[in-house]
Design a protein around this ligand. Structure first.
Ligand code: AMP
Ligand code: GLY
Length: 423
């Protein structure tokens, strides 16, 4: 069959890399893609939210499956768009319908879902411009640090954590009254601060059944020792060493099962990936957030550990036969280190030539913000590429990635030298 992957990051290169290995895939398209996907698929330069252009692409090329990488098209209802269109409704879309994508599109919606289904998470209240005074009063009842979250999508910047009560009140005002995050902060969720170490759990669901994928931990801050500004993710490790059998069992019983049951009870149509952001508080997992897609760079360590034919898995998701599939996991650890443009996550330059990629033997290079220009590979984004390696231990895998990175060069290349430091 012909398959389309939507997106242009390291996550989508990894999807394309895994799909291209399947004998079930005939022609593979990626929109818009990057230099990595260009080498294994046909890139088509259209935006992931231009549904009409995607429709034309799908019909012109007899595409029967669309795998949605990022959240934006899901929150905007791409799955519903396909279902409502007579000529597209037979096409498989991997990704939840709009109603379910609200789990990522609205923090308040997610919190209500979590409480309704008795899934462990931080206590919270939400406020609007009209109730800002009540928001101040609620902050006064909490202990620092204060966690403020813009309700809507804010490109990963909508969560602010502050130590000082007065600063928290000022921030709340700036979000609600001065629309700091635009429409995304029309509502703000204020939540109890949870102390612990974070990890992510990934689940595939066909709406009825589920399969749990390997855990992963990403490193969000730009600086060593988890300091500095938040980024999309600077590296990842899978599996997470502290996620023991007993802890994974708690995640499944207390979080995954009620989540999938909740989709059914609330009539949230979900065929796709569920990314559950967790925090380990003492010995217990609590949910920080749902994302309705895979993580990036977590995908770059999770997918390489799945041995199954990926297209078979995706088909089972759309046919509601996931219960018939056994997920086979590579026992080795996988780690990835993200190479970023100097300056990222603030302003950075683009168009730098990337050299040394041909010399890499012990790692897999997943391209992200990189593109082809005059037969050269150049930087075109903040997160440029993810260097993934396997190892019998995560330490060995990390070492291999750093050895490979020594062979790669571009002007002002930056990366974290301490991925895995806290494990
Ligand atoms: P989110 O966008 O909801 O994942 O939040 C971004 C980051 O803020 C998370 O990865 C956590 O590091 C942190 N965070 C969010 N909520 C909480 C919380 N209730 N307690 C502690 N840290 C949090
Ligand atoms: N790496 C975190 C995310 O994809 O949201």
């Amino acid at each position: 069959m012909n398959i389309l992957v939507l997106g242009s990051g390291g996550r989508e290169h990894t999807f394309a890399w895994k799909i291209a290995q399947s004998p079930l895939c005939k022609n593979l398209y990626v929109a818009p893609g990057n230099s990595g996907t260009a080498a294994i698929a046909t890139n088509v330069d259209i935006s992931v939210t231009d549904f009409e252009a995607i429709k034309t692409l799908v019909l012109d090329n007899n595409i029967s499956m669309v795998v949605v990488g990022p959240e934006d098209p899901l929150v905007k209802g791409i799955h519903d768009f396909f279902l409502k269109d007579e000529s597209l409704k037979a096409v498989t879309v991997i990704g939840p319908q709009q109603k379910a994508a609200e789990l990522e599109g609205s923090k308040e919606f997610a919190k209500e879902f979590l409480f309704r289904h008795h899934i462990p998470t931080a206590a919270y209240q939400s406020f609007t411009k009209a109730t800002v005074e009540e928001g101040y009063a609620f902050l006064e009842t909490l202990k620092p640090p204060y966690v403020l979250k813009a309700d809507g999508l804010a490109a990963g910047k909508g969560v602010v954590i502050l130590e000082d009560l007065q600063e928290a009140k000022t921030e709340l005002k700036s979000m609600l009254v001065d629309a700091k995050f635009g429409a995304a902060s029309t509502k703000v969720v204020i939540e109890e601060f949870l102390e612990g170490i974070e990890l992510s759990c990934f689940v595939l669901t066909d709406g009825k059944h589920y399969k749990i994928l390997p855990t992963a931990k990403d490193y969000k801050r730009i600086g060593e020792g988890d300091t500095g500004l938040n980024t999309g993710g600077m590296g990842a490790v899978s599996p997470v060493p502290f996620a023991t059998e007993a802890f994974l069992d708690k995640i499944e019983q207390r979080i995954v099962k009620p989540t999938i049951e909740g989709f059914k009870k609330d009539d949230l149509p979900y065929v796709g990936f569920v990314f559950i952001g967790l925090i380990k508080v003492g010995d217990d997992p609590k949910v920080i957030e749902y994302n309705v897609r895979m993580g990036d760079p977590e995908t770059e360590v999770v997918l390489p550990r799945i041995k199954n034919d990926f297209v078979e898995l995706l088909q089972a998701m759309s046919n509601q036969t996931l219960d018939k599939i056994d997920i086979e996991i590579d026992e080795r650890a996988a780690t990835t280190i993200m190479l970023v443009s100097g300056g990222y996550p603030e302003a950075y330059e683009k168009g730098k030539e990337i050299t040394g990629l041909n010399a890499i033997e012990d790692s897999i290079v997943f391209h992200a913000g990189a593109s082809v220009q005059n037969d050269k590979i150049i930087t075109s984004g903040g997160r440029v590429m993810a260097i993934t390696s396997y190892g019998d231990t995560y330490q060995e895998a990390i070492k291999k990635s750093y050895q490979s990175i020594n062979k790669i060069h571009f002007d002002k290349m930056n990366y974290r030298k301490d991925i895995g430091f806290d494990l």
